[in-house]
Design a protein around this ligand. Sequence first.
Ligand SMILES: [Cu+2]
Length: 216
Amino acid sequence: MGRHHIVAWNIVVLSLALVVACGGGDGGGGAKTATATRTLAKTPAPRASATAGAEPSATGAATQPGGQPAPTPAEPTQSDGQPVPTPSATPPPAPQPSDTPPPAGTTIAVSLREFSLALAAGTAPSGLVTFSLSNDGTIPHDFAVIMTDLAPDALPVDPATYQVRLSGLNLVRFQPPFGSGASVQVPVDLPAGNYVLICNVASHYQAGMRVGFVVQ
Ligand SMILES: [Cu+2]
């Protein structure tokens, strides 16, 4: 029994020693690890590293987002740049047409009624002349541009139709009858010369719908 008792005691002691050793070791290791961790955490280096990490991370994050957005804006910018040039390219043509209209010619307002034919201007430079017709009367009228050196009231009239005989004249342009209140734009390219403008509805010329016009 004594040996057993001693052995048991030894076992207990060994066990305690093992427990202490292991516990101490583990505790010490844990403590050391914790200490090391705390030390690292408390150490300026970790903070610096953390700060540095934060800065780089922030920088990196900013850089990455910035870099990613940067390319993205770059693409919109390019896309924007492309649309911008396109509109900018479009405006130039617009000015060109806008520039074109002025030299395009002269517009002459013409008021037709029973029974007269009134012009806003009796002359125009050679080139495009746009007669802006307004039927200010109550019945339909037509409009004929005749290049002739005859006097406005000297045109030949067909006694059967009561109309100016256009077949023997240089008819430059003829606008068919249009109704009361209507407006019609009649562009004509006119060389320099003398013209007579008339309405050739039966009897209208004789009634007074005629006027001379000079292109210089
Ligand atoms: Cu008429």
